[in-house]
Design a protein around this ligand. Structure first.
Ligand SMILES: [Zn+2]
Length: 340
């Protein structure tokens, strides 16, 4: 088969080339991939990969949608079914799996990180990771669903769920997770505010239902957010930017508000501002991925047509380098889709 194979670190390290077809292990099934999409973690894998146990060469890509071509006996799957993959091969036996919290699995193997991924014509995964889609499902859109939308689902609804009428600040609108958070927050009737360094991205967010935005390149975020919320601040902040935005994110929260983080693209060690934490009784928690149960809920909403992934651009997998350039430039609004 053909696949995007990472052979060495850096921009020249990944290319579309011949690679052995996947051989399914016991209980595994095989998907013919139609679409996948790029995520920040792919850039991290390409350029560093530190802290993620894996060996090169490796097939990249942490998500995939397509058609089942080989179904494990007893799995209930059938060749010809459309399906989207849950990207984390989980053990099903550890305390976290038994509690239904698969993203915390003690021996989790994420496709495109710890095992071969979805930027390929074929991929084998445990059958429990295959989620059949309706016969008329749009497989290209489904290729952009798993990572950004499930991550966002868990951030918004996983611990202290965002409720109708609450307000949320999404830092750095434009990336796949941020745009998904905007869509999901609107879906439950929350008030949404965004930040960006681009007025054009703020304009697009407002078009999608955001109540207001702050251009952080031209002024501080928190005074503007306080003004837009009648002096109170927001109930929830979604911050994947890290060091550069952290202080202003904390200052934008109302008393008792909560900050959820799923990334630190500008660095991971901002000042903790502990006095603000306890005096205003703020909560901070981390989130990554989502559980099987959350993925089911997400797919129910998606299959009703209520959550169309926002696609920024589409590239053939053989043009992986151009797709990476688009992601690295940070100019996108929504997902960068890859097709076989
Ligand atoms: Zn487990």
């Amino acid at each position: 088969m053909k696949a995007v194979v990472l052979e060495k670190r850096g921009a020249e390290g990944a290319s579309w080339r011949d690679f052995p077809d996947p051989i399914p292990g016991p209980g595994e099934s095989v998907l013919r991939v139609v679409a996948s999409s790029l995520n920040r973690v792919d850039l991290y894998m390409r350029d560093s990969g530190v802290g993620i146990t894996h060996t090169l060469p490796q097939v990249m890509g942490v998500e995939a949608a397509g058609e089942i071509v080989e179904a494990a006996p007893g799995s209930g799957l059938k060749p010809g079914m459309k399906a989207v993959l849950y990207s984390e091969a989980f053990c099903g036996r550890c305390r976290y799996c038994l509690a239904g919290d698969q993203p915390l699995c003690e021996s989790v193997q994420i496709m495109g990180e710890h095992r071969h991924g979805g930027f390929a014509e074929y991929i084998a995964m445990p059958s429990a990771c295959f989620f059949p889609l309706p016969g008329d499902a749009d497989l290209k859109a489904a290729g952009a669903l798993m990572t950004a939308y499930l991550t966002s689902w868990r951030m918004l609804f996983g611990k202290k769920a965002l409720r109708p009428g609450e307000s949320i600040l999404v830092v750095g609108i434009g990336g796949g997770v941020a745009v998904a958070c905007l869509q999901l927050a609107k879906l439950v009737g929350a008030r949404v505010f965004v930040t960006s360094s681009s007025n054009e991205k703020i304009r697009r967010a407002v078009e999608m239902g955001a109540e207001g935005g702050v251009n952080y390149a031209s002024g501080r975020v928190s005074p503007a957010i306080l003004e837009m919320t009648g002096g109170a601040g927001v109930d929830m902040v979604i911050d994947s930017v890290g060091e550069a935005s952290w202080g202003e994110s904390l200052r934008s929260l109302r008393r008792g508000g909560r900050l959820v983080t799923c990334g630190a693209t500008t660095g991971g060690n901002p000042p903790a501002d502990i006095q603000r934490l306890f005096i205003r009784q703020l909560e901070i928690y981390g989130s990554t991925g989502g559980s099987i149960g959350e993925f089911r809920d997400l797919l129910t909403v998606y299959n009703k047509g209520l959550l169309p992934p926002v696609i920024d651009s589409t590239f053939a997998m053989q043009d992986i380098r151009a797709a990476f350039d688009r992601l690295a430039a940070g100019a996108q609004f929504g997902k960068i889709l890859l097709t076989t």
